[in-house]
Design a protein around this ligand. Structure first.
Ligand code: NAP
Length: 257
């Protein structure tokens, strides 16, 4: 049985979803993949970083989070207020980085990912910022450190577009990628194509949880911008700066310059 010590930094929708899956899929991971995953540390911005060498109890973590109580209430843990310091002090085999996307400087995710890779920790990330702004240098660092940096969840979340292109279509020469890269936008555009009004459909999408309360990143195109930067870097090996991508504000229609 292969044993992996996992750290999750960013314990919101994605981080908690991953933790839930680890519980739900525990038997499948063990029986079909010979893999045992121990969640040794978790961090959010309000409560900081908690660590337990023997493994955190995921149902307790989820209950604490759902009740809005501090993660430090988990028994037998060590605590750091700062996730970076906690990770540096404790280590892991794999870091799942799931803090919020920020396209200005990609922090705090950039520091979490760089630190982990530098410490020889494999990284999987859903955070678009670091990969959008520095995919190639992060991949180079991962290569130097002989660890993996995986970013499938940054583009089209559960649909494996990056590995399909990089691995499944290895050897093919990709000349163009076209598509609607943002789920909220896709929902709204589909409804508008059926004659519905933009504002009405946005309100409906928010009520149903497809759109954020603040939909700016989705409907103004910033989310699609980040995904375009990631695809340009990892599919075409062409690192672009945000200002090299043109888009029409209002709904995410992007054209690479
Ligand atoms: N949700 C999706 O469907 C989806 C799909 C694909 C990609 N993504 C990307 O995945 C990432 C996470 O998304 P999400 O929906 O889970 O966001 P979220 O619910 O806002 O969670 C973000 C988490 O990061 C934590 N955090 C922020 N700064 C931190 C710091 N300095 N140290 C430690 N933790 C910190 C937050 O702490 P608090 O809880 O204390 O605020 C929160 O737990 C984002 O980059 C997003 O773009 C999301």
């Amino acid at each position: 049985m292969k044993h992996i010590r996992l750290s999750i930094i960013g314990f919101g929708t994605v981080g908690q979803g991953l933790a839930e899956l680890l519980v739900r899929k525990q038997a499948v991971l063990q029986q079909q993949h010979g893999l045992e995953v121990t969640l040794v540390s978790v961090a959010n911005s309000r409560h900081g970083f908690i660590y337990c060498k023997e493994g955190l109890h995921i149902p307790t973590l989820l209950e604490l989070t759902a009740a809005g109580r501090p993660l430090q209430e988990h028994p037998h843990i060590r605590h750091w207020q700062n996730a970076l310091e906690g990770l540096q002090a404790t280590g892991a085999d794999v870091l799942a980085e799931a803090t919020g996307t920020n396209l200005r400087d990609a922090e705090p995710g950039m520091s979490h990912i760089r630190t982990a890779l530098s410490q020889g920790i494999h990284v999987i990330t859903a955070n678009k910022g670091p990969v959008a702004l520095a995919a190639n240098s992060l991949l180079q660092l991962a290569h130097q450190q002989q660890v993996q940096l995986r970013m499938e969840a940054t583009v089209m979340a559960g649909t494996p577009v990056i590995s399909t292109i990089r691995e499944g279509m290895a050897g093919a020469q990709i000349s163009t990628i076209r598509g609607i890269l943002n789920g909220t936008t896709n929902y709204i555009l589909s409804a508008m194509a059926a004659g519905r009004d933009y504002a009405e459909v946005l309100t409906e999408a928010q009520a149903q949880g497809y759109a954020e309360a603040d939909p700016t990143a989705d409907v103004e195109g910033y989310d699609a911008l980040a995904k375009t930067l990631i695809l340009a870097a990892v599919v075409f090996g062409q690192p672009l700066k945000p200002e090299q991508v043109a888009w029409k504000h209002g709904l995410s229609q992007l054209n690479c310059l």
